[in-house]
Design a protein around this ligand. Structure first.
Ligand SMILES: C[S@@+](CC[C@H](N)C(=O)[O-])C[C@H]1O[C@@H](n2cnc3c(N)ncnc32)[C@H](O)[C@@H]1O
Length: 399
């Protein structure tokens, strides 16, 4: 699997297929399969028959012809990547697709060296992308309560050269939480479980200060319960979003101009009918869209992300950095509800329900890398308590 820039697997240019390799077989733009290259076997599809021994030694990316008599079919042999694997893997469960995966990896702020916790593992679709993001020095600890699924995933990760950076364990995370040895170690934590709220308290124990929680749920009731659990555990900057993917086909079309139309009407009568026919035909072409949206063949659900409560260490570090800047601001720890709601709620929102209130506060939150530090705190300057938002504005003005 293509993992990281100095991995053996990364350079697909010139890398040749070996016996036992995983290859993504590209048949058409809408049809790909995966094949483990066993030289004793062959691969057949509607385009012909392919002897796998003929693929050994060919560079990844090669086009190969079918070998049967009179057959003219071909396929491309692509090097596997997490994105391609998501497209071709055998589904043992519902899986996550690239649109959601990309959003999740971005919001989890994954980079090489990160420690990520995941549950459930399912078919391992997301796990491949998590592993690629944290490779070569990070680690993914993934938990699945269904033993055969956990075993199948573990086998696949090993076959794909990810055995060293992914650990799979069978465990009921909703009931037992994450193991104690992972407490305080995770940079990011992801849940794709039926009842993610059951695991939020354990997530809070596992995440480092500034760690990010992310959960994927198919229905709004699950999201609401998870958000409530997050708030209870002191998480902040909670955001829920849905990610829709739309494919566009881009092609060239002829467009007609007003001059064309006027010109056509000014022609001699004898040529008029012919030109009118031509005009009608060009008009028909021009009316068909140059880009035609096609629905994406995948589901998308609601993703909830949040950051962990700021730790006393985080507050102390912030205090030190403010002091270094010559600021006399004092940091007081305060809960989000105590410090923020009146600042952030517009008139009338007080009557909103708990869930709506939570959502409104999210919408009001300033964006940017500082938010996770500023939000759970309030600042005291002299005798005047200023809100984090005002403080942020002052800090930005100073700079
Ligand atoms: C929808 S699948 C996850 C799919 C995965 N994200 C992927 O991209 O392939 C959910 C998985 O969670 C597992 N699961 C459900 N409840 C669990 C629990 N309490 N603890 C651990 N795993 C659980 C299920 O067995 C299932 O395999």
């Amino acid at each position: 699997m293509v993992l990281h820039s100095n991995s053996d697997a990364v350079s697909t240019t010139g890398r040749c297929i070996k016996a036992g390799d995983l290859v993504i077989v590209y048949e058409r733009f809408d049809s790909m399969k995966h094949v483990y290259v066993n030289p004793g076997e062959s691969y057949g599809n509607r385009y012909g028959n392919f002897k796998l021994k003929d693929w050994v030694g060919k560079p990844f990316g090669s086009r190969v012809e079918s070998s049967g008599r009179g057959q003219t079919g071909w396929v491309y042999l692509l090097a596997p990547t997490p994105e391609l694997w998501t497209t071709v893997l055998r589904h043992r469960t519902q899986i996550l697709y690239v649109a959601d995966i990309s959003l999740i990896c971005t919001f989890l702020e994954l980079k090489p060296g990160c420690i990520v916790l995941e549950s459930g593992t399912g078919s391992g679709s997301l796990t491949h992308s998590l592993a690629r993001a944290i490779a070569p020095t990070g680690h993914v600890h993934t938990f699945e309560f269904h033993l055969p699924r956990a075993q199948a995933a573990e086998k696949e990760f090993k076959e794909h050269g990810m055995g060293d950076i992914i650990t799979v364990k069978q465990r009921n995370i909703e009931e037992l939480g994450f193991p104690e040895e992972l407490h305080g170690r995770a940079d990011g934590l992801f849940l794709d479980l039926p009842g993610p709220w059951h695991a939020v308290a354990s997530a809070a124990q596992c995440l480092r200060p500034d760690g990010v929680f992310c959960s994927f749920s198919p229905c709004i009731e699950q999201v609401q319960r998870t958000c409530a659990a997050l708030e209870e555990q002191g998480f902040f900057a909670v955001r829920s979003m849905e990610c829709l993917l739309r494919h566009y086909e881009v092609r060239q079309e002829k467009l007609i101009s007003v001059d064309d139309v006027e010109g056509l009407h000014c022609q001699q009568v004898s040529a008029k009918r012919k030109r009118q026919e031509e005009f009608q035909s060009r008009k028909r072409q021009a009316l068909s869209p140059a880009t035609s949206p096609a629905p994406a063949a995948m589901h998308s659900n609601i993703i909830t992300t949040s950051t962990t409560p700021a730790s006393p260490q985080g507050a102390a570090a912030l205090q030190a950095s403010l002091a270094a800047e010559g600021s006399d601001a004092m940091i007081m720890e305060a809960s989000l509800t105590a410090a923020e709601p009146l600042n952030e709620r517009a008139a009338g929102e007080e009557t909103a329900t708990h869930q709506e209130g939570l959502y409104m506060r999210q919408k009001e939150m300033p964006m940017g890398p500082l938010q996770r530090i500023w939000y759970p705190l309030c600042f005291k300057q002299g005798s005047k308590v200023v809100s984090p938002k005002q403080k942020l504005i002052q800090a930005l003005e100073r700079n």
